[in-house]
Design a protein around this ligand. Structure first.
Ligand code: UT7
Length: 335
């Protein structure tokens, strides 16, 4: 049997209208635009601030645009994977809610939780369903409403996060395009440094947990920063080397958008110039599982068939990895 690859045939995305600026954040906590720009590289982030709307609202917008752009019939979608840390509910899955909203009749769906590495894991997982030969159209979504778990009284975390969603369509090809290689890692050593203290089975919600803001992101930034730089750089260099990629034939690096200084360090390690690195952190902040597909959504018009792309991310767990993609079409798909 001929080898089947999973090629990305389109992208859709969505960020909410409301823009939260550094100046506004400076009115909530003791910080300023200069600190946020120099230490993180974020100018503004989009926030889903309408009551009653959750991650599935953004995921639906992104997936709907994706289906329009790829001309996909809802009846033909086999599988939906939603990478998210901020699901609408503990259960049912956000992916199941999405199936209803998109009127999918023949799909199965599940959520994936690997924090900021969620979309990388979804790329490889979705690709494996395609490679199996049984599934022809798989939608993978990276979506997070980080504002729902951000403590806007904590200056060390609240400038970082934003909300957003984007989605890829994966389809089979026998040509050498698509998701060609991946290195994914999890070590479980990150728990003390990056977590949400309450709301899970170890510490269910109580008045105490709410009073102490334990339903928000807790992060020891300096430690996470260190591991993010070394792990993203190492794994990106490893995947490049084993696929014969170097600064001359890597066309794009797509790094998780957590901190511009982390992005710069990864690019430096790969010796790839800034023009080949997708960066939109300044406008969106860190939308966790949303960052990687949102980069492609923003830069799609610059991509050419045959471009070599390295995606890399790092997140809570710790989780991290890199994925090598040979891009499958020219420019922006619009319908
Ligand atoms: O996406 C998942 C993975 N997450 C990441 O990759 C995030 C990794 N970490 C980071 O990006 C950075 O560590 C942060 C952006 C979170 C923090 O930057 P930093 O340069 O590591 O700052 P720091 O935590 O070492 O703090 C330096 C100083 C401290 O003051 P002192 O103790 O030196 O007097 C902080 O209190 O900066 C202070 N500080 C602030 N000052 C103004 C912390 N937050 C702020 C703030 N405004 N918002």
């Amino acid at each position: 049997m001929e080898k089947i690859n999973a090629v990305i045939t389109g992208v859709g995305g969505y960020v909410p209208d409301y823009i939260l600026t550094n100046d506004e954040i400076s009115k909530m906590v003791d910080t300023n635009d200069e600190w946020i720009m120099t230490r993180i590289g974020i100018k503004e982030r989009h926030i889903l601030n309408e009551e009653g709307l959750g991650t599935s609202y953004m995921a639906r917008k992104a997936a709907k645009q994706l289906m329009q752009r790829t001309g996909a019939n809802p009846d033909d979608i086999d599988l939906v994977i939603v990478a998210t840390t901020t699901p609408d509910y503990h259960f049912p899955s956000t992916a199941s809610i999405l199936c209803d909203k998109l009127r999918l009749k023949n799909a199965f769906a599940f959520d994936m939780q690997a924090a900021c590495s969620g979309f990388l894991y979804a790329m490889e997982t979705g690709a494996n369903f395609i490679r199996s030969g049984r599934y022809k159209k798989v939608i993978i979504v990276g979506a997070d409403k980080m504002s729902a778990i951000t403590d806007y009284t904590d200056r060390s975390t609240c400038p970082i996060f934003g909300d957003g969603a984007a989605a890829f369509m994966l389809e089979p090809t026998t040509e050498e395009y698509g998701i060609l290689d991946s290195i994914l890692r999890t070590d479980g050593k990150g728990l003390p440094f990056l977590h949400m203290k309450a709301g899970g089975s170890v510490c269910p919600p109580s008045y105490f947990t709410i009073d102490n803001h334990w339903h928000c992101v807790y992060q020891e930034g300096r430690t996470v920063f260190k591991y993010a730089v070394s792990n993203m750089s190492n794994v990106s260099a490893e995947i490049a080397e084993r696929n014969g990629l170097n600064k001359d034939n890597i066309d794009w690096v797509i790094p998780h958008q957590a901190n511009l200084r982390i992005i710069d360090a990864v690019a430096h390690r790969l010796e790839v110039p800034h023009e080949k690195v997708m960066i939109n952190i300044e406008r969106y902040g860190n939308s966790s599982a949303g960052t990687l597909p949102l980069c492609i959504w923003d830069f799609e018009d610059k991509l050419k068939k045959g471009d070599n792309l390295i995606f890399t991310a790092f997140g809570a767990g710790f989780t991290w990895g890199a994925v090598y993609v040979k891009w499958g079409y020219d420019g922006k798909k619009q319908q």
